[in-house]
Design a protein around this ligand. Structure first.
Ligand SMILES: [Zn+2]
Length: 435
């Protein structure tokens, strides 16, 4: 991944554009909290666990809950009541409840499961880490980024491993037979796709009081060099967001394979792109991109995947802006040129759609050319159109006004209009909504 195209097209999140459940299977409920307790068996590759999902019914007579299907075999009860039937229909896992719930009623689905996760979960004798498909390791719905819930996660691991998971570390206690149980809690509600974790025989590097790296097969010196600019990136994003790093700490996990992926309070960073920093300190775009998601993507998340450009366009643009501050204007221009190239390819193939287009692209590559490429050009155009003062006021306003919320393009428009005092409906119509 030497090319900066890889930087502009970071994150494996675009994998979501697969088949979606039919409307009648879409859940009429919202998750409130996940309490997930996992035991990975590193000798057999089997992951077992228990999950307590507290949720609220959003319709009268709710008797079916639907989630992303995964390879785990599941048994479930509802508030201690047996009789929950579990079926798989296409790419959905369906729970048929033993009684109907009233609108507004809160209940807890208790699920015990075991199996071998396949999709995008790295599970070797020495390591387990998720990638984008966190719903391979718990029961959740990857198709609903607008659903936010809190998390308590417990991992029971062989003694001597290190681990990281979303939120605050709570405790680490012996669990018998050479095992110990680690616990974390994330009290800020996030979409479930951000609930990734990593555990393995890692070493730990500290980049500062709140910044860490988990790694293996590397020297501490090389790791310090790869991630040397993380604190500068945090300071830059904090200044532009007008908000501190959303979590009290941030951990980067250096992984051998699978994509770069942001999670709540942590990110997976591929070794390949990180190693480029050793020979070229300016090649820190991937590290900057995933960190930017802590604000734009995590703290503010697109309410629907059709607006994923709000996550990826902002992360890509903020990476370019960081590079302008850290390096020079040429570094910014280069990132914009790479995005322009992606958008040009979309135009050439006749797939230049509005940013918030709700249709289905023929391929992930086509989707990314718009969501990662055109989106950055749009933000660069807005910056030129509004001028730096109003543009950066708009970014700050958008971030502060929507922190902890799921957003749509209208929220971005509103923030830039308020910051500039201008009606931006025409430019948003042309670039974002289409006719
Ligand atoms: Zn990204």
């Amino acid at each position: 991944m030497k090319s900066t195209v890889a930087v502009a097209l970071a994150c494996s999140i675009g994998l979501v554009f697969g088949p979606v459940a039919s409307a009648d299977l879409m859940p009429a409920f919202k998750p409130i909290s996940y309490d997930v307790r996992l035991t990975p068996d590193f000798a057999t590759g089997v992951l077992s666990g228990v999950e307590y999902l507290r949720f609220q019914s959003l319709s009268d007579g709710l008797d079916v809950l639907s989630f992303t299907a995964n390879p785990l075999a599941v048994n479930a009860t509802l508030d201690g009541l047996a009789g929950v039937t579990v079926t798989t229909e296409g790419n959905r896992r369906i729970f048929h409840l033993p009684r109907r719930l009233a609108n507004g009623e809160v209940a807890t689905l208790v699920m015990s499961f075991a199996g071998r996760p396949r999709r995008d979960v790295v599970f070797t004798p020495d390591e387990i880490h998720t990638d984008y498909f966190t719903c391979e390791a718990m029961i959740c719905d990857v198709d609903r980024p607008g659903d936010r819930a809190t998390l308590q996660l417990a991992l029971t691991l062989p003694t001597g491993m290190d681990a990281v998971a979303p939120g605050e570390f709570v405790s680490r206690e012996p669990a018998g037979s050479g095992l110990e149980t680690w616990r974390w809690r994330e009290d800020r509600p996030y979409p479930s796709y951000l609930y990734g974790f990593a555990a393995g025989r890692y070493a730990r590097a500290e980049l500062g009081p709140s910044l860490g790296v988990l790694y293996s097969g590397e020297t501490p010196e090389r790791v310090q060099t790869m991630f040397a600019n993380t604190a500068h990136m945090v300071a830059f994003y904090e200044s532009k967001a007008g908000m501190k790093l959303p979590e009290s700490h941030y951990t980067q996990v250096l992984v051998d394979h699978n994509g770069n992926q942001e999670d709540a309070s942590l990110s997976m960073i591929e070794k390949g792109p990180a190693e480029h920093v050793l020979s070229d300190p300016r090649a820190d775009g991937m590290i900057a991109h995933e960190l930017a998601h802590q604000w734009w993507g995590n703290l503010l998340t697109c309410s629907d995947w059709k607006e994923i450009w709000l996550n990826e366009g902002m992360a890509g643009f903020m990476t370019a802006a960081y590079k302008e501050r850290q390096w020079d204007r040429a570094a910014y221009d280069h990132e914009i040129a790479v995005a322009q190239k992606a958008w040009d390819a979309a135009k050439k193939s006749g797939l230049d759609e509005p940013l918030s287009w709700s249709g289905t692209y023929p391929s992930l590559r086509d989707e990314r050319r718009i969501a990662y490429g055109k989106s950055m050009i749009f933000l660069d155009t807005l910056r030129t159109e509004l001028g730096d003062d109003a543009f950066w006021r708009g970014v700050r306003r958008y971030t502060q006004a929507n922190a902890g919320r799921s957003v749509t393009a209208k929220d971005l428009q509103k923030a830039f209009e308020a910051a500039s005092g201008r009606d931006l409906s025409t430019i948003f119509q042309n670039w974002v909504y289409g006719n």
